[in-house]
Write a protein that binds this ligand. Sequence first.
Ligand SMILES: C[S@@+](CC[C@H](N)C(=O)[O-])C[C@H]1O[C@@H](n2cnc3c(N)ncnc32)[C@H](O)[C@@H]1O
Length: 231
Amino acid sequence: MPDFFEDVARKWKSFSTGRASRKSSRIDETAVKTAYARWAPVYDWVFGYVFDSGRRAAVAFLNELPPSHLLECGVGTGISLPHYKTDHRITGIDLSPDMLDVARERVRKDRLTNIVALEEADAGDLSAADASFDASVAMFVLTVVPDPQAVMSELARVTKPGGAVVLVSHFADQKGWRKWFGEKMAPLSSSLGWHMDFSVDRILGRSDLRLVDRRRIGPIGFFTLLVFERV
Ligand SMILES: C[S@@+](CC[C@H](N)C(=O)[O-])C[C@H]1O[C@@H](n2cnc3c(N)ncnc32)[C@H](O)[C@@H]1O
């Protein structure tokens, strides 16, 4: 792995302990922005197919909802935006301005008129008012952020009661060949700031979000779709 990505992986590891101070969280924000500035031009090419089954499962669930205003957190290059049904209105946020630039270009080129906003924001500290969205979704984001609980709290806060909070990600497997595969994927995932050892238990058991669906996704079931109802 190139030095740059090793450095990013080291920084991410240091704040995954949950002891990140305010100062280190600013450093971490810089690390995310720097890493994804480098990934932005090639992200779709490298991670487009790899994460495709997870994204499609999440969007398929959301497309079953009546016309809604959805929040996509960590929208990245906007790779999933063309797949939402056109009578959903989508607001996307991401920490990386470079990833957002790619998303904006996609919206322009594909004439995606249902994308109402693409904004630079921290998923753990959103400016949206409480209950602003009918549903919210975060795909391959929870295992990247320094404080997943803060992101879960924000997703719950900005989603209307009765609305859906949808997550898709890889969560750590304790044993078997998926654990083995996860270990093989570790160098690539580290370069994304992605924690392969992230346990799903860290985000379950909240009083504001009731788990209503949990499914393995893709041919080898490496990813998991979680659907919560905002209580
Ligand atoms: C692995 S990529 C996933 C992108 C996209 N959701 C997908 O399906 O390909 C993780 C994304 O989360 C963004 N991100 C990381 N930390 C974030 C934060 N605290 N707030 C918002 N976005 C964040 C990154 O900039 C990046 O675009």
